[in-house]
Design a protein around this ligand. Structure first.
Ligand code: PLP
Length: 410
């Protein structure tokens, strides 16, 4: 179990058209047929191995999809042009007018905005809830509820969803459990824990080079076929298709994901422990102080650690901004949104990636002004990074108790 997700990727074997060790890239938007009948059958989805038009499918996109399905342990997968291009069709496919969704209240700001502001136009309503409280989740389920939506590890507060507990509720009330696993690829395998649909923004850890946006939906053949249906499939008709050249490059990056995740997790754990010992309010699922530390531990594939995301609270937005600017000046990382890069990335989510969430609600869920979200990089010498970060914090008077002896040594 521990190594399984990465083994599943490693064990795939495919070759290029000329025996290349990488699959050939199909650089075409449309495909020719020797017979008109095969063209018709392909359009209807009945001609295996034939391609018609690259919004429908392309060999390169299928290769990437199959590798991601292997990673998540699902029957198949459908890649898309962005994470939102995976999330929005799933919601629109599973829900129609009059339907209701129970969603975690701490989710990526774009998803929150889609559920709060966009889907009501289609008469789809959403109740937002503290997803860590299963009794509250259950209390919100009604006859119209079709879906429970959450992130395994939430953006930005790093709340951990009890996927097995939520899956039980989904089964009990005949709902679909949709889990965005963007923050914890390899570490958590939601399908094994009972999730029906697993989504990733490939933009983040999976691609890992901050050079593209991308997304994927991993699920059963039946559901992916529904998304791709030419008559009423939301992925097909909303048209968020990944380009074949990109699919090929994401597939190559995917092969090193396990090594990168181990390093992200190792570095994040080191910094989280140091920050906590320094008296900073630190949130990291690997810390025993995290309210869901044991839950994460029980769900995780141990080899990949607790992930690369952590938050600290430095008290105010001004302090957070000063610290982030100074850390960037010291080349400790970049003041940038997104995650999963080789450099550390930091941002204040309240005024950036979660700014879609109204201030009152941010307060309610514990998203404070002084919160800094870190995506910890692949630094070879994390001790050096920590020492420089600590000097920045000391200079800005951020640490609760300055240890002058240690300062003098630096
Ligand atoms: N899901 C999570 C957890 C995210 O953090 C993001 C983006 O930040 C998305 C989905 C959306 O992905 P994309 O920007 O690739 O559309």
């Amino acid at each position: 179990m521990a190594f399984k997700p990465a083994n599943n990727i490693q064990d795939l074997q495919y070759f290029g058209e000329f025996g290349g060790v990488n699959p050939s890239i199909s650089d075409s938007s449309t495909y020719t047929f020797l017979s008109a009948k095969t063209m018709f059958d392909t359009f209807e989805g009945n001609a295996d191995g034939c391609y018609l038009y690259s919004r429908h499918s392309s060999p390169s996109n299928l290769y990437l999809g199959e590798a991601l399905a292997a990673m998540e342990g699902t029957e198949t997968a459908n890649v898309s042009a962005s994470g939102m291009g995976a999330i929005t069709p799933v919601i629109m496919q599973l829900c129609g007018a009059g339907d209701h969704i129970v969603s975690s209240r701490t989710i990526y700001g774009g998803t929150y905005a889609f559920l709060k502001n966009f889907t009501p136009k289609f008469n789809i309503s959403t109740s937002f809830v503290d997803i860590t409280k299963l009794d509250l989740v259950e209390a919100l389920i009604n006859d119209n509820t079709k879906m429970i939506y959450c992130e395994s590890v939430s953006n930005p507060l790093l709340e951990v969803a009890d996927i097995q507990g939520l899956a039980k509720l989904a089964t009990k009330y005949n709902l679909k459990l949709v889990v965005d696993n963007t923050f914890s690829p390899l570490s958590i395998s939601p399908a094994e824990l009972g999730a029906d649909v697993i989504i990733h923004s490939l933009t983040k850890f999976i691609n890992g080079s901050s050079d593209t946006v991308g997304g994927v939906v991993c699920s059963t053949q039946e559901f992916i076929d529904q998304l791709r249906n030419v008559n009423d499939g939301a992925s097909m008709l909303l048209g968020s298709t990944m380009d074949s050249l990109r699919a090929a490059s994401v597939l190559k990056n995917l092969r090193t994901l396990h090594i990168r995740m181990q390093q992200h997790s190792k570095n994040a754990m080191y910094l989280a422990q140091k920050f906590e010992a320094d008296g900073l309010k630190t949130v990291y699922p690997g810390l025993e102080s995290h309210p869901s530390h044991l839950l994460f531990k029980n769900m995780m594939n141990e080899a990949y650690g607790f992930g690369g995301m952590l938050t600290i609270d430095v008290g105010s937005l001004d302090k957070a901004n000063e610290l982030m600017e100074m850390m960037q000046d010291e080349n400790l990382g970049y003041l940038a949104v997104s995650l999963g890069f080789y450099k550390t990335l930091f941002s204040a989510p309240g005024s950036s990636t979660s700014s879609e969430i109204p201030e009152e609600e941010q307060k309610d869920m514990g998203l404070t002004d002084g919160l800094i979200r870190f995506s910890i990089g692949l630094d070879a010498n994390i001790e050096r990074t920590y020492n420089t970060m600590r000097t920045c914090m000391e200079t800005l008077n951020i640490l609760p108790h300055i240890n002058h002896t240690k300062l003098a040594k630096l």
